[in-house]
Ligand binder design. Structure first.
Ligand SMILES: [Mg+2]
Length: 316
């Protein structure tokens, strides 16, 4: 029996994407660093964890997004002003986030990845932003994947523009080809979800597109990325695992709430897995599908609304 799903407007998908990412991030914050076995039961995953649970980031009020959300909002702001200007607006945005907590609910940075910290100190020392990201194989954390979603949300003329944005936004913190390809695949998926394509089809199309458009020198790295799908999802900070854990969270569930709870249920880098999966689930199911209690508990909405207004205006 087939069910008729409600028509989801593009506006609802765009708003759902950003709020889905922020809600996923904020929901995952208290559970970060816990292994899957140590987490509360899935139906107890809320912005405020059960009292007996030893939460991460004590002192951060429930409903607060972290570095993931803040950097994604910075990228959105950059794209709303034009291209991914990495040496100018993106570099400045990342630095003012680190220095003053810009685009965070309390003006306070309480979470930062090791590679991002190192790359931003290189940037501060004068290394150009297109070289400040670390390029070693071990430097493939999920710190640029977690912020890439807006690359797919601002109108673009074709997949090559999406790929260019995805790669360039990664460079200031994560310069290795594997990270660039993970951001690329994620962006191609997101752009198709925005058009109303279902998730399985979006993933297939994105993968096929990336295989066609990847240059010979990067094909071995593409294989590493795509083969990551065969490993069990563990929600770690490794970019390949983060991508496929997020894919698994979407594929194993049918609504926003179950999706982000499943993402958190993998344990470890819970806020980032739920942020990537939550962005996709928001695109897929729309803003109204994000539980109202979580939308209401999310802090800092006054920082988000002006950006969302400009984003939806771009598409009119
Ligand atoms: Mg975080």
């Amino acid at each position: 029996m087939s069910t008729i799903s409600p028509v989801i407007s593009q506006r609802s998908r765009l708003r759902g994407a950003i709020y889905g990412l922020l809600v996923g991030d904020a929901l995952g914050v208290p559970y970060e660093f816990s292994s899957a076995e140590d987490l509360p039961k899935q139906n107890l995953i809320e912005m405020e964890p059960p009292p007996a649970f030893d939460r991460a980031h004590a002192g951060v009020p429930p409903g607060t997004w972290s570095d993931d959300g803040a950097q994604a909002l910075h990228l959105l702001s950059v794209l709303l002003q034009g291209d991914v200007d990495i040496e100018g607006r993106l570099a400045q945005g990342l630095q003012s986030w680190l220095a003053r907590g810009e685009l965070t609910p309390d003006g306070r940075v309480f979470d930062i990845g090791i590679q991002t910290q190192e790359a931003l100190s290189r940037l501060a020392r004068g290394v150009p932003a297109n070289q400040s990201g670390l390029c070693e194989e071990r430097s493939n954390g999920n710190g640029s994947l977690m912020r890439v979603l807006p690359a797919a949300l601002v109108p673009a003329e074709g997949d090559h523009v999406l790929l260019d944005r995805a790669r360039r936004q990664s460079l200031p913190t994560h310069g290795h080809t594997r990270s660039l390809l993970a951001c690329s695949l994620s962006t191609l998926i997101s752009a198709r979800l925005l058009n109303g394509t279902g998730f399985i089809e979006a993933l297939d199309q994105a993968q096929e597109c990336l295989e066609t458009m990847t240059i010979r020198e990067e094909r071995d790295e593409l294989r590493v990325l795509l083969d990551g799908r065969l490993d069990p999802p563990s929600g770690s900070g490794y970019v390949v695992d983060c991508l496929w854990s997020s894919v698994a969270a979407v594929l194993r569930t049918r609504n926003f709430e179950d999706c982000v709870r499943t993402a958190i249920g993998f344990g470890n880098d819970t806020d980032t897995t739920a942020c990537v999966a939550g962005g996709w689930a928001g695109l897929l199911y729309g803003e109204e599908a994000i539980p109202l209690r979580w939308r209401e508990q999310l802090r800092g909405k006054q920082l988000v609304e002006p950006l969302l207004q400009r984003l939806t205006d771009c598409w009119v």
